[in-house]
Write a protein that binds this ligand. Structure first.
Ligand code: C2O
Ligand code: CU
Length: 476
């Protein structure tokens, strides 16, 4: 055991110790930023918005003159943006044109567990999965990605992911013209082999940490903006790396939303840190003709390590003015847990387990009454991790007994848990109940998730918690 600890320590140190990875000064910002296409729905006879997402393999030219084998959705890398409004009925055809089984999970969505697209909703090669539900949550930048147990690293790293935007009255008051003043930014690190293939080497304790960054699948990108206020939807779609987002001229911006919704009021900041799976919406002001670079600043010793230029932004000489953002943004009340709320404890370890257990597809770890609020306390006993809960939104109460940073307030569904940290969150669970289909909570560092740092919970009809079996039938 001691020997293993020692080995892990060495691995951790060589993988991400004092050696700072950097691409600063290396980029020429030659490629126009790819904006994932907005997927147009067809309207079904029941009024539902119907979308088709096809998972497929292909080739993508990221590096000049080099073709990379990739996976994508309706294309060769990443997938289109889905955009719907609160109250919409949605129906998907998720087609698996890969040569192996996968799943497609709606990260951040409140929906019946059987539609969640987690490890149990497998789509065999050649098959189509047809989930449908009604959008019943506040506006948010959510996303979709595979969740096949043991293979999430590989499926996401090769390119299966996309953005899923939910609008409501509050979000429409912010810049909302997609691709013009409302820009998705999916940030992912990659490691390339000499001939331009995706490499899964540089295995640190967190998995592969890449030294090149793609934004929306574009290497070395620039973006020309034509409006004075731009809403960027930042999504850390990386397997393990965290980013301290800011601008090279240290300009401030307004944080208007994080993972699970719009803030009550904007917060003026110059840095936002996102670990894998987390999102933030920021509004940045531009003057005609100016230029700046979206940058990730070196922030620490683990997955926060490294310094990267991400995207050069060039403002046109004439900019469309937009209305100023201030005052109240959202009327959704902050998430609070009642005084007598159930408190659950989760211990994260260096061995990628939770409460001493590895993920077991047939074991139920927790049973939660649907629609309730609880306090979850997460203690981290080794390495950096984060923690994501399906079918829920939460507010961070405290981190090591102190208030969370300003960028970590509001509604979230994923939280960074520093090494040695203790994080308490007030969780609001969705109100769909289903005693047969579990939902997941897990570390969103995908290698840890694949290694078993995941647990299963059921959302059940309140009062029936003690009646549900803690094991699932093996044929499920
Ligand atoms: Cu983004 Cu359980 O996942
Ligand atoms: Cu982890």
């Amino acid at each position: 055991f001691i020997l293993m600890l020692f080995l892990l320590l060495i691995l951790g140190l060589t993988g991400c110790g004092d050696k700072t990875v950097t691409n600063v000064g290396k980029l020429d910002f030659e490629n126009p930023l790819n904006i994932p296409e907005l997927l147009e729905p067809t309207i079904g006879s029941d009024g539902a918005k119907q979308f088709t997402l096809t998972m497929q393999s292909g080739e993508t030219e990221f590096l000049p003159g080099k073709k990379t084998d990739t996976w994508g959705i309706n294309g060769s890398y990443l997938g289109p943006t889905v955009r719907v409004s609160k109250g919409d009925q949605v129906a998907f055809n998720v087609v698996n044109h890969l040569s192996e089984v996968s799943t497609l999970h709606w990260h951040g969505m409140l929906l019946p567990a059987v539609m969640d697209g987690g490890p149990h909703q497998m789509i065999e090669a050649g098959e189509t999965w047809k989930p449908n539900w009604t959008i019943n949550q506040p506006s948010a930048t959510t996303w979709y990605h595979p969740h096949l147990h043991g293979s999430t690293v590989r499926h996401v790293y090769r390119g299966l992911a996309g953005m899923f935007i939910i609008d409501d009255e509050d979000s429409k008051k912010l810049p909302s013209d997609y691709g013009v003043n409302d820009i998705p930014l999916i940030v992912q690190d990659k490691l390339f082999t000499r001939d331009g293939q995706l490499s899964e080497d540089n295995q640190t304790t967190f998995g592969t940490l890449g030294d090149e960054i793609l934004v929306n699948g574009t290497y070395d990108p620039f973006l020309k903006v034509t409006a004075s206020q731009i809403r960027f939807r930042l999504l850390n779609g990386s397997n393990a790396r965290a980013y301290h987002f800011g601008f090279t001229d240290d300009r401030s911006f307004q944080l208007v939303a994080n993972d699970a919704g719009i803030l009550q009021e904007p917060v003026t900041l110059d840095r936002v840190m996102l670990s894998p799976g987390e999102r933030a919406e920021i509004v940045v002001e531009f003057k005609p003709g100016e230029e700046t670079i979206l940058h990730s600043f070196n922030g620490g010793a683990g997955i926060e390590n490294g310094e990267f230029d991400l995207l050069k932004i060039v403002a046109a000489s004439k900019l469309t003015a937009s209305t100023a953002i201030d005052g109240q943004l959202s009327t959704v009340p902050p998430i609070d847990a009642p005084k007598d709320a159930m408190v659950r404890q989760f211990k994260l370890s260096m061995e990628s387990d939770i409460n001493g257990k590895k993920m077991d597809m047939y074991r139920i770890d927790e049973v939660v009454p649907a629609g309730t609020r609880e306090i979850w306390e997460i203690n981290n006993f080794g390495w950096s991790h984060n923690f994501h809960i399906h079918n829920a939104a939460f507010r961070i109460l405290d981190i090591n007994g102190k208030e969370p940073s300003e960028y970590e307030r509001g509604r979230k569904d994923t939280v960074f848990i520093p090494n040695g940290g203790r994080v308490r969150i007030a969780v609001e669970f969705g109100d769909y109940s289903d005693p047969n289909h579990p939902l997941m909570y897990h570390c969103h560092l995908l290698r840890h998730e694949d290694d078993g740092m995941m647990g299963q919970f059921l959302l059940v009809e309140p009062g029936t918690e003690s009646q549900v079996p803690m094991e699932l039938p093996k044929d499920s």
